[in-house]
Each structure stands twice: as structure tokens, then as C-alpha cells.
Design a protein around this ligand. Structure first.
Ligand code: 5AD
Ligand code: SF4
Length: 435
């Protein structure tokens, strides 16, 4: 028997699919390369923007044909879209061939739901309205053998940014016990994983739900960095209202922690930040960037930006545009505002038309493209840390801690860390010599 999981959305979902794979393999299912060959097909869904939901619907629709050819195929839908209000009814109505729908809070129950369906052949819709604790000891089948391992540190979000559906589909913030996290990381290091990425909707609020206030994100970073072995730590995502000087110093002072910070600004306009309920100002954010650059001059800083939030004027947009010019990000993920039902921004007046959103995202992406090019040129002559991936045409393809590809001259062993000196940026590619 074989399974196929199609994942949409963020790293949290990617990691949860690894847990689903663990459950299926413990039931003796083997991984299939495509849905056509699978006895169980799972769609792990996302609902952050309308475009993603449309794409998912298209993908589910395409399964109809396969199910006709193989009526015993079991089709399950889970994740953020199944959890969102009214979606499970809509999915069953639109796609009557779907067998099981479950949400984000009962992911750990998938094995039971599948077994129950196989016994009774009755459609199952089981979406819990809230989370019921944290489930440890799941069997995880990781996709990325030995390079990067995802580790959850906190779940859910308490921030209620006015555009965002995450707090509604992922529930309130809860942090894992740091001893469980450290134990999981120790296991990963001893099995050879080179990167551990700590995952949370807002990693900087790790431990806010604990009585012992000394257990915070800086504490956790230090604990994980104390683990013996040849590995590095990454983390995502940081919220500017909670990123502390102590965390920045911890990153700066620890060789095991990658100097890579994803710090979503969302908008450079104080008026829009207020309407977004982000709880920081442009000035506070720029202060954080200054602090990061003071302690970690070579930090790789990336961000998320939403253009066309309700009420965003050309002047508000230019505040964002000019902030991007000032910060000179290493990476920008820009999105057009998408109305999500249930959120505060859904019914805000002065919604922006699609043409204006498209024009703004286009201008922003043009700017970020030219900044990225300049930044790559500035890397020439610099020494950077890399991990070897594989040989291509006599060169070794390597990756920086931030995920940039570099072609290195030299004989390297895959999955080992090295240092290299960048020699050339040509045809949008970086080349280097081994040090
Ligand atoms: N519309 C557009 N972008 C959104 N994001 C979150 N919600 C929305 C929305 N309704 C973006 C934010 C967030 C990223 C993961 O997705 O920029 O940081
Ligand atoms: Fe959404 Fe804001 Fe929470 Fe991030 S911090 S998940 S943008 S509500």
C-alpha cells in the first residue's frame, strides 16, 4: 500500500506532512512518487491567501479522475484550509469523492481517522474548534535526509494582525517544553542532521505562556547551541514587536547560530502598521535593524511585505518602498493583500483595486531585484560559510546558511561545512574558491 502527500503553504505545514508520513509509514504504507500510484492521498492545505485556496481546489478537483480509476483510493484533506470556517462543508459539497477531512488541532489523530474510515467506509469530518495540548513523541519521517530538520518550538499565534487568518486556524500560542525540544535536537544531531530550524509562528514569544519567565527564546537558543556536534541552528519567524536585544546578542555570540534573520515588516507606513495591528512603528523596526547590524554586521536579513492593504495610499506605499531602499534587504517576500473572511481587514473600507496592487508589487519587486543584484556583487571578495550539496560539471554546488547557491572550485564532501571566498558573480550565479 502506498501514500502520497501534497503539501501547500509554510514550513509548519511541510513539517506536519512529515508527521503524517510518519503515521502512514507506521501503518506500513510506503511513499509513492505521484498520486496516481497511491492508495491514500492527503492534501495538507493552506488558506493564507485566496490564490492558494484556488490552487488547492484545482488540485483536489484533479483527483476525481484518479478516484474513478481506483475507487478504493482514500482521499483526505487536512491543514489550515480544512480548519477555516465553513470550508469542510464546502469541500464535501464540491468534491463528493473526498473521504476524510480533519483540521490542524487533531493532526495527531490521523492514524485513528484513517483506520476508522477503512473499517466503516463512512465519510469522516472531524475538525476540532481548539487545540488540546501538545502531542509529543510522534514518529516523523523527514523529507530532507540529513541536511535540514524542522523542529517545532511553539504553535499558534496570539497576535491577530488584522489581515491574518493564522490565529483563527492555528489557535492560541503554546510553547513546547524546552527539555523536549533539546532532546529532539540532540537526536537529530546524533543522526547527522546539519541544520536544525526552530519553527514557530512567532519564535520570539517562545515561553510567554510559561510561569518561569527565564525560559524565553534566548534561553532556548543557548540550550540548543550547547548541544555537542557539527551542526547549525536556524529559526523562523521573528516578530519585530518581540525580538529582543538579548536574542540578537545570543545570535551574534554563538557560532552555531546562523546569522540569518527573517523579520517581516509588512508595511513601512505607521498608519498602515496601526491598521494592521502590528504593534510596532517604522522607527522601532529601523532601530532593530540598526541593532542587528551593530552586533551582526554580516547578517542576512529578509522580510515579508503586504501591498494594497485597505486604505493604503500611494504615499503609504512609498513609505514601504523607501524603507526597503534604506534597509537593503537580502530577500523580500511581497504579497498582494488578500481578503480573508473572519479577519478584521475583511470588512475594512477603502479596499484597493487589483490593478493598483499589481502595480505596487511590480514596482517593489523591481527594486528588490536590483538590490539583490547589487548585494551579490558586493559579496565578491568576501568569505562565507557553506555546506556542500553535490558536484555539477566539475564544480561543487554549495549552499550558504541563508540558502543561496554558490559554485565552488574544489573537491568537497557532500553535507559537510566549509568556508569559501567568493570570486565572481556572473550570469546571476556566484562562484567561489575553497578556503
Ligand atoms: N494577504 C496577503 N498576504 C498575507 N500574509 C498573511 N496574511 C495575508 C493576507 N491576508 C502574508 C504576510 C505573512 C506571510 C506569511 O503571508 O506577509 O508574513
Ligand atoms: Fe499572522 Fe501576525 Fe500571527 Fe504572523 S504574527 S501568524 S502575520 S497574526
Amino acid at each position: 500500500m502506498k501514500y502520497f502527500i501534497k503539501t501547500f503553504g509554510c514550513q509548519m505545514n511541510v513539517h506536519e506532512s512529515e508527521k503524517l508520513a510518519g503515521m502512514l509509514e507506521s501503518l506500513n504504507y510506503l511513499r509513492a512518487d505521484k498520486a496516481d500510484d497511491a492508495d491514500v492521498v492527503v492534501f495538507n492545505t493552506c488558506c493564507i491567501r485566496d490564490g492558494v485556496e484556488q490552487k488547492i481546489m484545482g488540485n483536489i478537483g484533479a483527483i476525481k479522475k484518479l478516484k474513478k480509476a481506483n475507487p478504493n483510493m482514500i482521499v483526505a484533506i487536512c491543514g489550515c484550509m480544512s480548519q477555516a470556517d465553513g470550508r469542510s462543508d464546502m469541500i464535501f459539497k464540491k468534491f463528493p469523492f473526498v473521504d476524510i477531512i480533519f483540521g490542524t488541532h487533531n493532526l495527531h489523530k490521523f492514524k485513528e481517522l484513517l483506520t476508522c474510515f477503512k473499517d466503516n467506509h463512512q465519510k469522516i469530518s472531524d475538525v476540532w474548534s481548539e487545540a488540546n495540548g501538545i502531542f509529543e513523541d510522534t514518529n516523523i519521517v523527514r523529507d530532507d535526509m540529513f541536511s535540514n530538520a524542522w523542529v517545532n518550538i511553539n504553535f499558534g499565534c496570539n497576535n491577530f494582525c488584522s489581515y491574518c487568518i493564522v490565529p483563527y486556524v492555528r489557535g492560541r500560542e503554546r510553547s513546547r517544553d524546552y527539555r523536549d525540544i533539546v532532546r529532539e535536537c540532540e537526536g537529530l544531531v546524533s543522526s547527522g542532521y546539519k541544520y536544525i530550524t526552530l519553527l514557530g509562528q512567532n519564535v520570539n514569544s517562545y515561553g510567554n505562556d510559561f510561569e518561569d519567565k527565564s525560559i524565553n527564546f534566548a534561553f532556548l537558543l543557548k540550550k540548543v547551541a550547547e548541544i555537542e556536534g557539527d551542526f547549525k541552528i536556524k529559526f523562523m519567524t521573528s516578530h519585530p514587536k518581540d525580538l529582543s536585544e538579548e536574542v540578537i546578542k545570543t545570535i551574534a555570540q554563538n557560532d552555531k547560530i546562523c546569522k540569518v534573520i527573517h523579520l517581516p515588516i509588512q508595511s513601512g507606513s505607521n498608519q498602515i502598521l496601526k491598521a494592521m495591528n502590528r504593534k510596532y512603528t517604522r522607527e522601532h523596526y529601523l532601530g532593530l535593524i540598526e541593532l542587528i547590524r551593530k552586533y551582526i554586521p554580516d547578517a542576512y536579513i529578509s522580510t515579508d511585505i503586504i501591498v494594497g492593504f485597505p486604505g493604503e495610499t500611494e504615499e503609504n506605499f512609498l513609505d514601504t518602498y523607501n524603507l526597503v531602499k534604506t534597509v537593503r534587504y537580502d530577500g523580500v517576500f511581497a504579497f498582494m493583500f488578500s481578503k480573508r473572511s473572519g479577519t478584521v481587514a475583511y470588512s475594512m473600507p477603502n479596499q484597493i483595486d487589483e490593478a493598483t496592487k499589481k502595480d505596487r508589487i511590480h514596482r517593489l519587486l523591481q527594486l528588490t531585484k536590483s538590490i539583490t543584484k547589487e548585494k551579490n556583487q558586493e559579496l565578491v571578495g568576501k568569505t562565507v560559510d557553506i555546506i556542500a550539496v553535490h558536484e555539477v560539471d566539475g564544480l561543487f554546488e554549495c549552499m550558504t546558511d541563508s540558502g543561496k547557491t554558490i559554485f565552488v572550485n574544489g573537491k568537497l564532501t557532500p553535507n559537510n561545512f566549509y568556508k569559501c571566498k567568493i570570486t565572481k558573480f556572473a550570469n546571476n550565479k556566484l562562484f567561489a574558491d575553497l578556503i
